[in-house]
Design a protein. Structure first.
Lengths: 288, 416, 337
């Protein structure tokens, strides 16, 4: 049994991977595409919160919401003017992949040009450490866990109890039938894109004090979100959460025991899972 | 809609044609120097100017350019002709393909006969370009440049020298810590897999011989979360953590504080950009007591300092401070390109030539050179085909308040 | 009559002139830098062509970098550990890449198109991690130093790969030409027709008795073999083989080159795409504003994707250009170029 500190650390990692994976699956279920820029929205969210706190002096919690709003808006713009234009039937997957990858480079380089390449820190947001006996947890990490809980509850409520949430679920399951019932799938797609990207942005914002901010922090969350989705099943929201949880714990526990081989172990596990059960833990079996 | 095809088509075709023509235009010859006055020698530097390590590459360029303003005032004389240096930096993207392309550009387009100040991990790719072209290449030992099978082979790489013995110097840091803290419990070593291999195996042997208590762990490069590794160090009873990667050190400094291990001291084998920045990134309290390398050669104790060179370096620091709102504390640039330019200029004076690289290598191999903290010699005098490495020393400083304060120094015995 | 012939002939003459120019380029310049760039473009063109071949069967492979790396490592390991000269290692590289593709392909294709993409993506990273970890064979992250191909004697004339870039240049030109010809023939022939049916209408293909998996794996393997050859040669050209050379992002670069070139074209598109993107990348890295390279790179690729009609790329501008010249509608039927 790994020490409690490792489990808590794994939990914190899970929270971020969960949030990112959830956002990606939301976008996937409506638009049918994987957004490779998702990691860069995380990075941009971190930059927004950094400048909001240090340059504009806005308190950290409000800055997170601002970050969500700004990145959500950016996501909607990207969805409307890039993804929709490029997502033609038949070639959509290929073209959207290429377009979002190009955007990935664009945002990373653009952030480098606009903000500089050095690390920036938000140490002073929620400073301090909570001593729990055998290990300590910083308040920043506790905030991450609380944030994720709030988001998950909010998403659950929205998707199950609000009109717009039900519309989203309907459009995700059966777009044709949904539009017959008066649901504007096109408008919903943009809104969902906004929500998904806002989630990524806020994830970046809440993590900004923990690891620091620079233009390159978006790569790892993207890969981890992809892996979480694969483990959990590509179209499934529950899968995203469970996949994120498993991945986060894995990425903290396995390095503790195995050191640097953990990355290889992780990839091999995912590949094995894909071979044995290609649809992931919760996904629907692939219809070819 | 068709109109846009027209314009786009013409634009793109023009772009492609101009690109192909431009690339086919071939090398540009360096400008001919004015016949009277100092002659300029082009020196190439391959550095990471883009990507995560770019800030060090850019700092390197800025500091070297400022240093040359001071250095070139006097220049140096070879056979009654004064020479100046001009440093050309090429972006090698810190990987092999980029390193190869950057080296080719410097050697064939810019006509450099020397490539110095190299610190990125693509030694093999660069030397594959420089050795056939008889271009002298100064790099640092470490991962892919360790003498040994599949690494640095002095017989097939005759135009390579190592003025910075980076992998040997790693051991020096640890010995330095042990000297100043004789009652230390254990030193935890966290390093990336990139550096695993003969270098660390040799270092482990040396540490065992000296009876150092240590615990070694490796991580993947670009790890963000060091919690598992720090926890293990704590369980093993380490009170120091050493790493040779500056980015890792920053993460570990902050994360170990967040995890509550406030008594663990962190030591990093590289220079930091400035204490103020690190305080902003990791917090004032966390950064206190951090031990890092210092290029402030004027602080070395009990060494025969070279006053002229130190004066030049300090004047450069002054100029840099003027450019940076009166405060510039980064000294990490000093042991690299500027020191290597000192070596080159002295080698040229000894050999009496500025472009016969065979003669220059003869002088460099086994030669003794005046550096800011005294005289140092390259190995390889006895046998052709043995490594050409200069064992220097390091100065460590620790962060107290918001300043870097001298902590210890360690000098390595020279190799034969 | 003559006038009608001119229309079809002129574009072909221009293409022919370009190809002739490429073959006699070393007469105009033996600059190492220029020829190296062409070698780099040729190498990536082969990888992009491999990607396009797999696309022809309707699959998106994100693992081309794996085979570049496998090819490079196979011949490097054979040279360093077993002391073999270049040529046996070169052929082994293609064979090993093909075998791995076969093994992986059989499993990956069956898992469905999205899983295929993800498995191929993971493959590149796995290869990199294995290369870093398997120290006794690959020397870990330090990489292997290898020499250029040994010189060949043709009578009194010596082809020396080590001292001049010209033999390397011709090697890659010939390799690209062979790959292009073979791929083109596949596309024009019966196999190409089968690939197209599989891509466009798999159900119909199955009804016609075509085993989907077999042909998808075939395309994957053939692409891997040639990519392996290219990877092997390029490693020897650079003189070093290290794990950082081929990973996830290199696979994606191959994809981008294919798309920018135009996915309607199997051969010319990837070559044009590779040429444009590599030259662009090179020019951008010389600009003093660092960090502008990924920004502009992404922006330009994005512009190509957004403003050219879907399914076309730069290569289709060629067709449109000639139709503008002749002031007639572009040929819209499937072009066998």
């Amino acid at each position: 049994m790994p020490p409690a500190g490792i489990l808590v650390d794994g939990l914190v990692q899970s929270c971020i991977y969960m949030t990112m994976a959830f956002g990606m699956v939301l976008v996937f279920s409506i638009l049918g595409i994987l957004n490779w820029t998702h990691g860069q929205f995380y990075m941009l969210g971190a930059f927004v919160v950094y400048y909001a706190v240090t340059a504009a002096g806005i308190p950290f919690p409000i800055s997170i919401l601002i970050s969500g709003g700004v990145i959500g808006g950016l996501g909607m713009l990207v969805g409307r003017y890039v993804i929709e234009r490029v997502n033609v039937p038949g070639l959509g997957l290929l073209y959207v992949t290429a377009a979002t990858v190009a955007l990935n480079f664009f945002f990373e380089g653009g952030a480098g040009m606009a903000f500089g390449l050095e690390d920036k820190g938000l140490y002073n947001a929620l400073p301090g450490v909570l001593d729990l006996g055998s290990f300590s947890v910083s308040y920043q990490k506790i905030a991450v866990v609380i944030f994720t809980l709030v988001i998950m509850v909010a998403m659950y409520v929205v998707l199950n109890f609000t009109k717009i949430g039900l519309a989203i679920r309907a459009a995700a399951q059966e777009p044709g039938a949904a539009s017959l019932y008066g649901v504007s799938v096109g408008r919903l797609s943009i809104i969902v894109m906004g929500i998904g990207c806002a989630l990524a942005g806020m994830a970046g914002a809440i993590m900004a004090p923990v690891y620091g901010v620079n233009p390159f922090i978006g790569g790892l969350p993207l890969i981890m979100a992809l892996l979480a989705i694969i483990i959990g099943g590509i179209g499934s929201l529950t899968g995203a959460i469970v996949g994120g949880l498993i991945l986060g714990l894995f990425s903290s526990i396995v390095p503790y025991y195995l050191g640097y081989i953990s990355e290889l172990a992780l990839f091999l596990t995912v590949i094995t899972l894909l071979i044995v059960r290609p649809q992931g833990l919760f996904g629907v079996p692939i219809r070819r | 809609m068709k109109k846009s095809y027209n314009i786009v088509a013409i634009l793109v075709t023009t772009l492609i044609l101009s690109v192909l023509i431009a690339t086919a235009c071939g090398p540009k010859t360096p400008a001919e120097p004015v016949s009277t006055g100092p002659i300029t020698i082009n020196i190439g530097v391959c550095a990471a100017m883009s990507g995560p390590a770019a800030s060090y590459g850019q700092l390197g360029q800025e500091t070297v350019d400022t240093f040359l303003q001071v250095f070139n005032r006097q220049g140096f004389k070879v056979s009654n002709q004064t020479y100046n240096f001009n440093v050309i930096t090429a972006d090698d993207q810190a990987n092999s393909e980029g390193g190869s392309a950057a080296a080719k550009k410097l050697v064939y387009e810019d006509g450099c006969k020397f490539i110095v100040g190299h610190w990125t991990p693509n030694f093999k790719a660069v030397q594959a370009v420089t050795n056939p072209a008889k271009v002298i290449f100064f790099s640092h030992t470490g991962a892919d440049a360790v003498p040994g099978p599949g690494g640095y082979d002095p017989k097939t790489m005759p135009y390579v020298a190592f003025p910075v013995a980076a992998h040997e110097v790693v051991v020096a840091y640890i010995f330095g810590i042990a000297e100043v803290n004789p009652n230390y419990k254990k030193i935890g070593i966290i390093d990336t897999v990139l550096n695993k291999g003969i270098g660390w195996d040799n270092a482990d042997k040396q540490m065992d011989e000296k009876g150092i208590r240590y615990f070694h762990q490796f991580t993947q490069p670009n790890t963000a979360n060091y919690a598992p590794f720090i926890t293990k160090c704590a369980e093993e009873g380490c009170d120091f953590i050493f790493t040779s990667d500056v980015a890792a050190a920053l993460a570990i400094v902050k994360q170990r504080w967040d995890m509550g291990y406030k008594d663990m001291r962190i030591c990093c084998a590289g220079p930091i950009t400035s204490p103020a920045r690190w305080i902003q990134l990791a917090g004032y309290d966390a950064v206190q007591g951090l031990i890092v390398s210092s290029g402030a050669v004027w602080e070395a104790r009990n060494r025969p300092l070279n006053a002229d060179q130190i004066a030049m370096l300090q004047e450069t620091m002054g100029l840099l401070a003027d450019k940076h709102n009166g405060s510039f504390t980064y000294t990490g640039w000093i042991p690299w390109t500027p020191t290597q330019l000192f070596i080159l200029s002295q080698a040229m004076q000894k050999a009496g030539t500025v472009d016969d690289t065979d003669a220059l290598m003869k002088v460099i191999r086994g030669g003794t050179f005046d550096l800011p903290t005294g005289q140092y010699a390259f190995s390889g005098a006895q046998t052709y085909g043995s490594p050409v490495v200069m064992m220097t020393g390091i100065i460590e400083c620790q962060i107290q308040g918001d300043k870097e304060v001298y902590y210890s120094q360690y000098h390595l015995p020279p190799l034969p | 009559m003559k006038f009608g012939n001119y229309r079809k002939l002129l574009p072909k003459i221009v293409v022919g002139l370009l190809i002739a120019l490429i073959f006699i380029l070393p007469v105009f310049t033996t600059s190492l830098v220029t020829l190296s760039k062409f070698v780099q473009i040729g190498f990536w063109a082969i990888a992009a062509m491999g990607f396009m071949l797999i696309m022809r069967t309707g699959q998106i492979s994100l693992g081309q970098a794996t085979f570049m790396g496998l090819g490079g490592y196979t011949s490097a390991v054979f040279m360093v550990k077993f002391g073999l000269p270049f040529w046996p290692g070169f052929f082994m590289a293609g064979i090993v890449a093909g075998l791995v593709a076969l093994a992986v392909g059989v499993v990956a294709v069956r898992a469905g198109p999205i899983a295929f993409s993800i498995i191929t993506l993971a493959l590149a990273e796995i290869m990199r991690i294995i290369a870093v970890s398997w120290e006794p064979v690959t020397n870990g992250s330090k990489g292997l130093v290898i020499t250029p191909p040994t010189h060949i004697m043709l009578g009194n004339f010596e082809i020396n790969f080590a001292t001049s870039a010209v033999p390397n240049y011709y090697f890659i030109v010939i390799l690209v030409a062979i790959t292009a010809l073979i791929f083109w023939q596949i596309d024009r022939g019966r196999l190409g027709g089968i690939f197209r049916v599989i891509a466009v209408n798999p159900t119909l293909a199955e009804h016609q008795g075509i085993p989907l998996t077999k042909f998808k794996v075939l395309a994957f393997t053939v692409a891997a073999v040639f990519t392996g050859f290219a990877g092997s040669f390029y490693a020897h050209f650079l003189g070093v083989m290290s794990p950082d050379m081929y990973g996830l992002w290199q696979s994606i670069q191959a994809l981008m080159m294919g798309i920018v070139g135009g996915i309607s074209s199997l051969v010319a598109g990837p070559i044009v795409g590779a040429a444009v993107l590599n030259s662009l990348s090179d020019i951008l890295s010389r600009l003093p504003v660092y960090s502008i390279k990924p920004t502009l790179f992404g922006a330009i690729v994005l512009l190509v994707l957004l403003f050219l009609p879907k399914g076309t790329g730069l290569i289709d501008l060629w067709r449109i250009f000639w139709s503008k010249v002749y002031k007639e509608k572009p040929i819209t039927t499937d072009n066998t170029h």
